[in-house]
Design a protein around this ligand. Structure first.
Ligand code: NDP
Length: 345
């Protein structure tokens, strides 16, 4: 069985969903009540892949909401409790979705193997970042040419280049896709210099300087909502792949030759009988999902019960090949630019 640990995109959404599911006592509570609410296994699902493999899964809501990010102990407890529940339910491989993988890494939860009387078995969990990185690369390769961008002549900025997903994307783009130049963007200089060395190229730039030079911008950093960018300075056309979480770039950039694509999202070939992706505000919630969630499904389809994506900057091209091939074989495709928008180009 595979598992997905997720959460609502806001406190208001979480309360609405809890009401729909009949958890009225929690739904009516304030943020303090939600801080002490335990995780809930809210849905079981059965899925048959495009080649006829049948698997079962479960969705666990961690009862975390982004409004809790500032409460370190709460965020930590929410993630660990959800992982404990997944393990106690006997789930073989569970993806940490949304902010949960970021909390796990940034708060160094590897040190917290013991949750009450449960010793967490890390091999039962994956961040899903290998599949996310592969999906973002394929989205770039498939959609840039639709906008008339020739990748061999293109400059591609990776914002969050030194991160787990960003560094994997950089490796793939320099070794497999072959773009003209990679623009490496992050705040800390030393990891950028090390990445540049390991890639054997790439130009280190600040965000302000990178954006006007880029034909494609891959965003794989959680950026503040308040970030101001002057649209007039961007190249036209420009493809923006919004791989961060939350996905909040379309309202900033859409229109006038700047095309925003939701990064790291895949579509399954047929409807799935779950309602949980409505929480994640997917356009087709019966088919679309975060690539990190799909990674847990793929590992279950492949009988690969191991923490496939784990730690930081461990994603290899071979692992991306494996998960990418599994993705296509079992019926996932990467989501592309809005067809209405394409028709207008
Ligand atoms: P990491 O923490 O490993 O990396 C974050 C990167 O962003 C680092 O390079 C960091 O470098 C950089 N960064 C952070 N803040 C800024 C800033 N203000 N300006 C420029 N660079 C910045 O994260 P992951 O690789 O695990 O995840 C990256 C993003 O992808 C996250 O937002 C995550 O939520 C999202 N994600 C999306 C998924 C999906 O949509 N399917 C699935 C999984 C993750 P530095 O600190 O030096 O600036």
């Amino acid at each position: 069985m595979f598992g997905l640990i997720g959460h609502s995109t806001s406190f208001d959404d979480a309360k609405k969903k809890a009401m729909d599911l009949g958890y009225d006592h929690i739904a009516q509570g304030d943020l303090d009540v939600w801080c002490s609410a335990p995780p809930q296994l809210v849905e079981h699902v059965n899925i048959v892949s495009a080649i006829g493999k049948n698997i079962e899964g479960a969705y666990i809501d961690s009862c975390f909401v982004p409004e809790m990010l500032g409460r370190f102990k709460t965020a930590r407890r929410k993630v660990l409790n959800a992982m404990e529940l997944a393990q106690k339910k006997g789930i073989n491989i569970t993806a940490l979705g949304g902010f949960t993988s970021i909390i796990f890494e940034n708060f160094n939860l590897l040190q917290n193997k013991q949750v009450r009387n449960t010793t967490l078995e890390w091999e039962r969990f994956t961040t899903g970042n290998t599949h996310t990185a592969w999906v973002i690369c394929r989205q770039l390769e498939l959609n840039a040419p639709l906008l008339g961008i020739d990748l061999k002549k293109a400059r591609v900025a990776v914002v969050g280049a030194t991160g787990d997903i960003g560094s994997a994307v950089c490796r793939w783009l320099s070794e497999r896709t072959g773009v003209q130049e990679l623009l490496l963007v992050a705040r800390q200089q030393q990891p950028l210099i090390e990445l540049q060395k390991s890639l054997g190229g790439g130009k280190i730039l600040g965000l302000e300087d990178a954006l006007p030079e880029a034909d494609v911008v891959i965003w794989v950093a959680s950026l503040p909502k308040t970030l101001e960018i002057d649209k007039a300075k961007l190249r036209k056309p420009c493809l923006m792949i919004d791989g961060g979480y939350p996905k909040n770039l379309d309202e900033k950039f859409n229109g006038s030759g700047v095309h925003v694509l939701k990064g790291g999202i895949v579509e399954f070939f047929t409807d799935i009988g779950w309602s949980m992706m409505e929480l994640a505000a997917m356009e087709k919630p019966r088919r679309e999902m975060f690539a990190c969630f799909a990674e847990a499904m793929l590992l279950e389809f492949e009988g690969c019960h191991t923490n496939f994506s784990w730690g930081r900057n461990n994603i290899t091209l071979e692992k991306m090949d494996f998960i990418g091939q599994a993705s296509e074989k079992h019926g996932f495709s990467v989501i592309g630019l809005n067809p209405k928008l394409q028709a207008a180009i």
